[in-house]
Design a protein around this ligand. Structure first.
Ligand SMILES: [Zn+2]
Ligand SMILES: [Zn+2]
Length: 254
């Protein structure tokens, strides 16, 4: 009798302790786990990680923000090879961190445990970047890249929505959570090649309320931008619904 009660009590205390982690114990950097000084890390990142995340390649594509090499840039070319061959349906792209090193660790922790606790931390470099870009500050609204309801149900949350909420707060812009719906249950993109990704994601999104998007400049938020297939397809749906301009904002970019 008492045994069962003890077990339940023990589980409860373990859960409570892990949810209070960070309150009871010294706070640690969300990326590298270094202890945070009391006076630093409002966003849960240490100065060293913030410094790493702020580093951007010297030259990057004017459309998709992929790194381009110096020789290409010196020749006066401002876009990457992929965008020149097939211009994407979005107009600009911003990101907070390169998806490598401590950023990769941070994103993984965000995706697989502690999404709510880490949303602010994961979004901080992106919010700082957007805030410094006049183009981004001209957006009318923020739209997250949606998950299919089935995956949303399995996870219990959409991590892009959590990032979008932080972006909305930072820029004082409305977040239109249902600007897009995912109408197709697709295979996870990371399992696929670049060509397969385009095919897999095709037709995955619909914009159910075009009257809210017509003529608007939209910041389309995703957690990780890799090849850009997903955000391209989402941007296409927004443009079909009448959006004037779509800018991609990713917490991390490969
Ligand atoms: Zn750190
Ligand atoms: Zn590009």
């Amino acid at each position: 009798m008492g045994g069962m009660g003890d077990l339940v009590g023990f589980n409860f205390i373990t859960r409570l302790a892990s949810s209070l982690d960070g309150v009871l114990f010294p706070r640690r950097c969300g990326a590298c786990r270094a202890p945070l000084a009391d006076d630093c890390g409002v966003f849960g990142l240490c100065g060293a990680c913030m410094g790493i995340f702020a580093q951007k390649p010297e030259h990057s594509c004017a459309v998709c923000a992929a790194a381009i090499d110096g020789e290409v840039a010196d020749a006066g070319i401002t876009t990457c090879g992929r965008c020149r061959i097939k211009p994407p349906p979005f107009d600009d792209a911003f990101y907070g961190m390169r998806y490598e090193g401590p950023a990769r660790e941070l994103i993984h922790r965000f995706k697989f445990n502690g999404a709510f606790r880490l949303a602010k931390t994961v979004s901080a470099p992106l919010c700082a970047e957007l805030f410094s870009r006049p183009a981004a500050r001209e957006a009318d609204l923020v739209a997250p890249t949606p998950l299919h309801w089935r995956r949303n149900y399995e996870r219990g949350y959409n991590q892009s929505y959590l990032v979008a909420m932080e972006v909305g707060k930072a820029l004082s812009k409305p977040v239109e959570a249902e600007a897009l719906l995912r109408v197709k249950h697709t295979k996870p993109q990371f399992q696929l090649s670049a060509a397969e990704r385009d095919k897999n994601i095709k037709g995955a999104f619909s914009a159910p309320r075009p009257e809210k998007l017509a003529g608007k400049t939209i910041l389309l938020v995703d957690d990780i931008m890799t090849t850009g297939s997903t955000v391209a397809e989402a941007a296409r749906a927004l443009k079909r619904a009448g959006a004037a301009k779509v800018m991609v904002a990713a917490a991390a970019r490969a």
